[in-house]
Ligand binder design. Structure first.
Ligand SMILES: *[C@@H]1O[C@H](CO)[C@@H](O)[C@H](O)[C@H]1NC(C)=O
Ligand SMILES: *[C@@H]1O[C@H](CO)[C@@H](O)[C@H](O)[C@H]1NC(C)=O
Ligand SMILES: *[C@@H]1O[C@H](CO)[C@@H](O)[C@H](O)[C@H]1NC(C)=O
Ligand SMILES: *[C@@H]1O[C@H](CO)[C@@H](O)[C@H](O)[C@H]1NC(C)=O
Length: 445
């Protein structure tokens, strides 16, 4: 029986062969051809730039490669509506590539029965043309941009004005990240990563590469948690980047008509919010939460509906309710981008609680003032409620039936240099990545 050669001996033999058998000559030949092929490849396809190297050509509409070129991996998700599931004990999330979107999240109520706590649709194709932003990642710049313009180093950029009949930009322009078909680049039982290569889309300067990862797990105490990580790089020019998850929460699982007298909200670190005009564009003033008779004061736990009648005009002209950006003031000793618990919420009806920790400097809350029953409640959740004896729940998403939470930067900070937010809103090639990190921990009361 011959002893197998040790790797070290094999390498020594290759570098300095004792005899030149045909096999050895062939091997040298292959190595030579391999190096040659690599050189031709690098020289020939250099012009395709980083997108080619990242294997995103097929998904993003760069000129098609010759047939003989090996297919880049990973491939673009062939089906934007395909549902991917991730789960851990007592938590199951469903997501689709269209908008890197969270479409369902099941967590236990106080009886231990699973409830879907995010608003959206059962049938993923219903998200086509969704203008409510149910569950996606929004970007390249979340929230509103005054007049759809901003300047960097003396150059003005015009972004499509897709809100208020052409007065401002909302969530990144006509076709924001919510309507893009992201590429699934990794998927395990507990985690999924979507990728999107933005080739200077919607008039923004330069290319941006983003990875959006959702992970479910059981925290140190076994409690179910969802983690979101949005990591973006400016690749070619200085550009604003402000991504956000845009999730509609309904912790009462549609057992009630709305959340007003059922869901308690607390924003423990937010004594300030950004004042806005009639179309929700910041007017430059930073307000304190004692404005509007204290309606925006959630520093202590309070029902969403407790003071909402005092929030007249707070969500814009002819609107009563919340659609505002609260500033997260970290306690002394915390760095500006440290992960801190910034929001607590629970439903009296289901007992489901949610705590959100974030590294962002602000948090936008929208009390679903604009929902008017035109979208259905998911049939899967209606069925769940009926099976559990709750037969009086709504079948459509009514006014104030949900709370949207966006962890993000100070809105329109790119147009308010005096706020000192440019450092965490404008990103440059070779500089730090833009990171939006959040942990959503569930429990029951
Ligand atoms: C899952 O939830 C059930 C019911 O609430 C609970 O009894 C169980 O301990 C939970 N599992 C873990 C791993 O926490
Ligand atoms: C508003 O946007 C237009 C382009 O749509 C631009 O020409 C104009 O300069 C902008 N106004 C201000 C005050 O920035
Ligand atoms: C995303 O995919 C859907 C379904 O294939 C397609 O209809 C849509 O045009 C795509 N969107 C973009 C922005 O490419
Ligand atoms: C901005 O709006 C707030 C709230 O309406 C108001 O108190 C403040 O004076 C306004 N600031 C400016 C600069 O117009």
């Amino acid at each position: 029986m011959t002893q197998p050669l040790h790797l070290r001996d094999r390498l020594r033999f290759l570098a300095c062969p004792a005899r030149f058998s045909l096999r050895v000559v062939l091997l040298y030949c292959y190595i030579f051809l391999g190096i040659l092929a690599l050189l031709i490849y690098v020289m020939h396809f250099k012009h395709l730039g980083p997108s080619f190297l990242l294997g995103l050509v097929a998904s993003q509409g760069v000129a098609a490669l010759p047939q003989s070129t090996p297919t880049p991996t990973p491939q673009a998700s062939s089906d934007a509506w395909k549902t991917y599931t991730i789960s851990a004990d007592n938590i199951t999330a469903k997501l689709i590539p269209y908008g890197a979107r969270l479409t369902s999240l099941l967590v236990p109520d106080r009886e231990g029965r699973l409830q879907d706590v995010v608003v959206g649709f059962d049938d993923p194709t219903q998200y086509r043309g969704d203008d409510n932003y149910y569950g996606p990642v929004v970007g390249r710049y979340a929230n509103r941009i005054k007049n759809g313009t901003f300047s960097i180093a003396g150059t003005q950029y015009d972004i499509p004005k897709n809100e208020n009949d052409g007065l401002d930009t909302l969530h990144g322009g006509d076709v924001g990240y919510d309507q893009r078909n992201w590429t699934v680049i990794a998927h395990t039982d507990t985690s999924i990563t979507f990728s999107f290569y933005d080739h200077a889309l919607e008039g923004f300067p330069g290319d941006v590469l983003t990875h959006a990862t959702y992970t479910v797990a059981n925290g140190p105490d076994g409690r179910p948690q969802l983690t979101t990580n949005l990591v973006s790089l400016a690749l070619t020019e200085a550009t604003p980047i402000m991504l956000a998850n845009h999730i509609y929460w309904n912790l009462n699982a549609f057992r009630d008509q709305n959340v007003l007298q059922d869901v308690t909200l607390q924003l423990p670190l937010s004594k300030r919010f950004i004042a806005t005009d009639g179309i929700l564009i910041p007017n430059g003033t930073i307000s304190t939460v004692d404005a509007y008779n204290g309606a925006p004061d959630f520093t202590s736990p309070k029902l969403v509906g407790a003071d909402i009648n005092d929030a007249v005009g707070l969500c814009g002209t002819d609107c009563t309710g919340y659609d505002n950006c609260w500033i997260i003031d970290r306690p002394t000793g915390y760095s500006p981008d440290s992960l801190v618990p910034a929001l607590y919420m629970h439903s009296q009806n289901t007992g489901i609680s949610l705590e959100i920790s974030t590294n962002t400097p602000a948090i936008q809350i929208y009390s679903c003032n604009g929902q008017d029953g035109s979208d259905p409640v998911k049939q899967s959740q209606i069925d769940r409620n009926r099976a559990e004896g709750y037969t009086n729940g709504p079948t459509t998403v009514l006014k104030n039936a949900c709370v949207v939470v966006e962890t993000e930067g100070w809105i329109d900070g790119i147009n308010q240099p005096s706020w000192g937010q440019l450092d965490n809103q404008i990103f440059t090639p070779g500089g730090e990545p833009a990171i939006n990190h959040a942990v959503y921990r569930f429990g029951t009361i």
